[in-house]
Design a protein around this ligand. Sequence first.
Ligand code: ZN
Ligand code: ZN
Length: 403
Amino acid sequence: MSSGIGGSTAETELAALKPWPDPAPAITAAERGDRLRHAQALMAELGAEALIIGAGASLRYFTGVGWNATERLVAMVLPREGGPTMICPRFELGSLEASLGVDAPIALWEEHENPYALVAGVLEAAGAKTLAVDPALPFFAFHGLRKAAPGVAPLDGAPIVDGCRMIKSPAELALMSQAKAMTLEVHRRAARMLAAGITTTAVRRFIDQAHRALGADDGSSFCAVQFGLASAYPHGLPGEQKLARGDIVLIDTGCRVQGYNSDITRTYVFGEPSAEQRRVWDVEKRAQAAAFAAVKPGVPCEEIDAVARRVLESAGFGPDYALPGLPHRTGHGIGLSIHEAPYLVRGDKTPLQPGMCFSNEPMIVLPDAFGVRLEDHFYVTETGAAWFTEPQPSLDEPFRAKN
Ligand code: ZN
Ligand code: ZN
């Protein structure tokens, strides 16, 4: 048996977990002010006189309000000059004020009123004839806006939203470092509580409880536990599996700290690995390392994907998305959304810049057999890249022994 797998229980591992000892500081009002000014500078470049952001990760980014989008409009309208205005249902005012992290007047609407008329009023007061629209705004909201402000030309707001969000500040890097370190610790303990016959459901429950014990915002933000054949499907198979000796164990999970995401995958074997499992794991390790080594400011995102694929192809996998091989992109941006622009994928020519954050997960799938995915995240530095979490040392030592 590899070291650090099995031999303990869920109770023992949970009992050892305490809230994270030195939590990263929250995003300050001053930093949010910088974000709004950055957005206004990008609005000027784009020719947008105003920007609308609906509830979701981008609203949290600009205002601190971490609400999910529903049929009721909650939004920020930001003119090119001056401060933002919030749009909110009147009955939600108290909740909004409790989480609002910027200075902004709040325009309120009652249940029977048209919130888009309020947006039109803000645009008119600002003299805005062009409006950059949050790409995540639902179509019904876009449609409502068009009807309420027919004289305002909509623009794709992605260059503004992504232009701000894709470069992370030191405070954001610290929050993500904490989230990722917490998830790696959860992985380490999850490996120890495994036992023959344990179900994927029991492991997922443990992982959620462990994330909570460490102080994650809301337990696991997602969790995939795949044993044996199920590991050959990047996002698993429906139903429950039981762990058997010789099974590949593939666990992909994450949590949030003040909205910032972790997302880490570990793959190891419960029992003695076969020669084939070892061979594939070693190729995966080399592909992940090569992708990391190729990161440098100015390199296009798609090149990192190409580098990982070249390692896989030289070992007889692929080409391209063909199986056995890597059926998806090498990685995704991460921040307040678990998947966000830019992407490590063919066709994404965005040049890497210091402060960008990505997953590095060039999974290998062997159809009808098993899959191996090693996923860690890195951020781009002035000279290359830095890992948030140390990649899996080896198949036999999935987690570095703690001293
Ligand atoms: Zn993942
Ligand atoms: Zn991922």
